[in-house]
Write a protein that binds this ligand. Structure first.
Ligand code: FAD
Length: 88
């Protein structure tokens, strides 16, 4: 599996005052942005991903993946069954 070339955790992004130039900037490490980041990295593009939270937090969730979502994950070589998911 390909991972973003650079991932940053910024607890308080508004405090950053230095200027940095990046080729591709992905803001947010959720599902949508992670897919974009993996796609860019897989295509060989330099990219930087910014996520404001330093760790994932648990939330009330059905923990269900639709067949459509599984298809998207498979596109980036992620098989939920390999990660402990069970098919229903
Ligand atoms: C209670 C609940 C239950 C759910 N149950 C299911 C389920 O069972 N199955 C399912 O498929 N979906 C479920 N969902 C929906 C699923 O969580 C969302 O569809 C999915 O998380 C959306 O992904 P996303 O990447 O668009 O956004 P998010 O997952 O919200 O990711 C956005 C990310 O961006 C980061 N971010 C935001 N602002 C900034 C900033 N300024 N700088 C840096 N980082 C930033 C956030 O910290 C976050 O990590 C549930 C949602 C909720 C609320």
């Amino acid at each position: 599996m390909c991972v973003p070339t650079k991932a940053m955790i910024m607890e308080n992004a508004s405090m950053i005052i230095s200027k940095t130039t990046v080729d591709n900037l992905v803001i947010g490490g959720g599902l949508a942005c992670s897919m974009v980041a993996i796609g860019l990295a897989t295509a060989g593009r330099q990219m930087t991903l910014l996520e404001k939270k330093s760790a994932a937090s648990h939330k009330v969730c059905g923990e269900f993946l639709s067949p459509e979502a599984v298809g998207y994950l498979n596109q980036v070589k992620i098989n939920p069954l390999d990660l402990g998911a069970a098919a229903i």
